[in-house]
Design a binder for this molecule. Structure first.
Ligand code: IPM
Ligand code: SF4
Length: 472
């Protein structure tokens, strides 16, 4: 491996088993994660062709999207959800794949479970029929979201045919101010580079800000690379990565772990590593950020106003106008003080223990504003258990939040947790597309979990720094 090679190209080369006549590289897939929404048809395709799962030991399934977060008794009220659940149970049993179902204490959102279990490791290739697979890049992993037919392809061949993206290094130097979180950093990057800015690229996030981040913060950033159009995003493995993985169930143990750690660290892009492109930002410019529109790039700092329509490039202006009309917001208004109806803390972006701790710190001793429905949905059962051990559930419940079972929940509302009518939701999730949270006219404001907590208490979008207990 040359010193000039960045981590992405090193890992890509190590996993390339051939080049197809189409020119695509055929990559070996180290880990294939499965969930109930994008796998049923894939298993059907295998059945139709009489194929087996080639490497069941490299395939792990969990259930997350359709999981009800209150009453979980079977059969589910929603027949479609029940069908998906039965299908994944049957498929995993028949094809010999490990399934972390609702009875399994490891169950949770696929992108929470992989890292938590130590399945996600540096230098690996990971595929999953889910766009936010980019989350796993936080470990210096090349992790791709794939479609259902590709799921069938990976199940049967343990490889994936892909064209090699270019690599852009996204550097953020300096120090984040208190009250500014990983979520604000990625929202800022997407706003600056655009939701299509990453097309054709893998993003390497580098610089002081990411170096200092915990693994959970790095996951939040990499999770949303896809929202910036990038094929995937990653952060070089370092001691923080190694420390996080030590002792996790699927991580190597003892001497094997030492050897693995040495190998992981050797993969990081060196000082001389070359990139196809590089952009540099300054952490001091990043404020607590909130979206005002219908894609994750349409955001502003809490103390800025939404720009005038004329400030956008000509070709974007119609879309901006449409977004403002849908959101019932005005150009040049401030987001500070916008009323909310619902507050949602959860998702694979911000449903981890550190997110719940940050939100709970803020919520403690306060009450959810009258008329606001607020819910906390931990990303996995283990996160829920840890939160309960720390008494966070009690803090949320005392404040008037609902404390729910683990799953995707209102991030995409494939379960019963849905917005109603034109409700406005402060959400710690990653997508604010029209109708994303279950009501075609429902509206989503993306922000950090601490900002969601602040909005829940005040009943309106609020600068988290106005609270005395701002988590550092
Ligand atoms: C249901 C699934 C295919 C989808 C995805 O690919 O991301 C979902 O997880 C989402 O966040 O929109
Ligand atoms: S939490 Fe949301 S973004 Fe993440 S996998 Fe589930 S639906 Fe997709």
């Amino acid at each position: 491996m040359s010193d000039k090679q960045n981590l992405f190209n090193k890992v890509w080369d190590l996993h390339t088993v051939g080049t197809l006549p189409s020119g695509l590289d055929q990559l070996f897939v180290g880990l294939h994660l499965i969930h109930e929404v994008t796998s049923p048809q894939a298993f059907e395709m295998l059945r139709e062709r009489g194929l087996k799962v080639l490497a069941p030991e490299r395939t792990v399934a969990t259930v997350d999207h359709i999981v009800p977060t209150d009453v979980q008794s079977r059969p589910f009220n929603d027949m479609l959800a029940e069908q998906m659940m039965s299908a994944i149970e049957k498929n995993c049993q028949e094809f010999g794949v490990t399934l972390m179902d609702l009875k399994d204490s490891r169950q949770g959102i696929v992108h929470a479970v992989g890292p938590e279990q130590g399945l996600t490791q540096p230098g690996m290739t990971i595929a999953c029929g889910d766009s936010h697979t980019s989350t796993h890049g936080a470990f210096g992993t090349i992790a791709f979201g794939i479609g259902t037919s590709q799921v069938a392809y990976v199940l049967s061949t343990q490889t994936l045919a892909m064209s090699r993206p270019k690599v852009r290094r996204v550097v953020v130097n300096g120090e984040l101010a208190p009250g500014v979180f990983a979520k604000d950093v990625i929202l800022y990057i997407i706003r600056k580079l655009g939701v299509k800015g990453g097309i054709g690229y893998a993003y390497e996030f580098a610089g002081e800000v990411f170096d200092r981040m915990t693994m959970e913060e790095r996951m939040t950033v990499c999770n949303m690379s896809i929202e910036g159009g990038a094929r995937c995003g990653y952060i070089n493995p370092d001691q923080t990565t190694v420390d996080y993985l030590e002792g996790r169930p699927f991580a190597p143990q003892g001497e094997e772990f030492e050897k693995a750690a040495e190998w992981w660290l050797s993969l990081a892009s060196g000082e001389d590593a070359e990139f196809d492109d590089e952009v540099v930002f300054n952490a001091a410019e990043i404020e607590p950020t909130v979206t005002w529109g219908i894609n994750p790039g349409q955001s502003v700092g809490i103390n800025e106003n939404i720009p005038a329509v004329s400030a956008f490039p000509q070709e974007e202006q119609v879309g901006v106008q449409e977004a403002l009309e849908f959101m019932e917001l005005e150009a040049e208004q401030s987001m500070n003080g916008v009323k909310i109806d619902v507050a949602f803390i959860g998702s694979c972006t911000n449903g981890r223990i550190s997110d719940l701790r940050e939100a709970a710190t803020l919520v403690k001793g306060h009450k959810v504003a009258d008329g606001v429905k607020a819910l906390v949905v931990p990303g996995s059962q283990l996160i829920a258990k840890q939160a309960e051990k720390e008494g966070l559930d009690k803090i949320f419940i005392d404040a008037g939040f609902e404390w729910r079972e683990a799953g995707c929940s209102m991030c995409l509302a494939m379960n019963p947790d849905k917005l109603k009518g034109r409700e406005m939701c402060a959400s710690s999730s990653n997508r604010n597309f029209k109708g994303r949270q279950g009501s075609p006219t429902g509206r989503t404001l993306l922000m950090s979990p601490a900002m969601v907590a602040a909005a829940a208490i005040r009943g309106e979008v609020t600068d988290v720094r106005e609270f005395s207990a701002v988590p550092a």
